[in-house]
Design a protein around this ligand. Sequence first.
Ligand SMILES: Cc1ncc(COP(=O)(O)O)c(C=O)c1O
Length: 394
Amino acid sequence: MTDKPEPPDEAAGAGFATRAIHAGQHADPATGATVTPLYLTSVFTYASVGVHRGYEYSRHSNPTRTALEQCLAALEGGEHAFCFASGVAASDAVFRSLRPGDHVLLAEDLYGGTYAQVEALIRPMGVEVGYADACDAGALAQAMRPNTRLVWIETPSNPLLRITDIAACAGAAHEVGALLCVDNTFASPALQTPLSLGADVVMHSTTKYLGGHSDLIGGAVITSNAGMAEWLETVSRIGGAIAAPFDCWLTLRGVKTLQVRMRQHCANASAVADWLRARPDVARVWYPGFEDHPGHATASRQMRGGFGGMVAAELAGGGPAAVSLLNAVRTFALTGSLGGVESILSYPWQMSHKPLSPEERLRRGVTPGVVRLSVGLEEAEDLMADLDQALAGA
Ligand SMILES: Cc1ncc(COP(=O)(O)O)c(C=O)c1O
């Protein structure tokens, strides 16, 4: 299927952190360089006519990208991984496997850009699009159709951190012959591996926790489904929205520290969530680590090592209080992304979820008073002090 060399198996069977540092990242065959080199080349010289050394042209494959793909496949426990130029290029590659007359069923609570993509690019192709509350097994089963080919969920979801039972969802999808794809961006494979729970496809915005340093844009899809892998190989080669070598190199460097970063993201997020919950000016806090979070039992079962670095909160003072808080933070950056070492405060009402109509946002609980926190790796006390001073004026 590919001219990429077979994955080396020296890290196969090793623990997560070992795979993160070693899978796909063997010493460079040409020089012995221990760290995977950045192969900035579009072409690879043939040994003779028709004989190449495993690589021909960097749109098809590039050794730096291959190393990252092998590493991500090993981390998610999949046979194949494909790295794309962005998270939305990765999701686009999966959605484009659908054909006119097929039905795709998406969870209601998901990244606004995924919603925008499906509505702007996929529905006009003649694909039927439906939404359901994926946290409600009954609602999900009812929304399935005989022509459902793909079910798409996020857990924890963006922005309200709702938890979907991946194994139950996979069962429901498989009953009608559909594939289940999980956007695993919020959890990262350090905390959750959907393929091991029955999902068929995993998608990532590597821009977030996998890269981990807010310095790149990238996406990835991982699968053991042979048909989907063949399709992704085709889309990657012929569609060409592949990840550039430098972005792959940065992502590989980020992935090496994923496990330790996620441990600290989880610890800081848990501390900040507890602190926010005790404030009278905060009406509601969403964090799957709370024992009374409706998805806590499921999250405890399907996540390991923590509940993630994301927290959502609704201010008692609604929209005006949220805007005042967002404008007053100093250590938190006011911006739209997540998953970096620095803490980020974002405003789903005007940022990630703007593609949805105001009515849709409200129906999904994304009110003007909701803020989303990507809790970074600063000292938790400094983060609380920043929120304290910013809330004082809210
Ligand atoms: C959960 C989730 N999925 C996908 C994406 C899209 O990723 P990218 O911005 O890398 O295209 C994002 C971006 O914010 C996201 O939060």
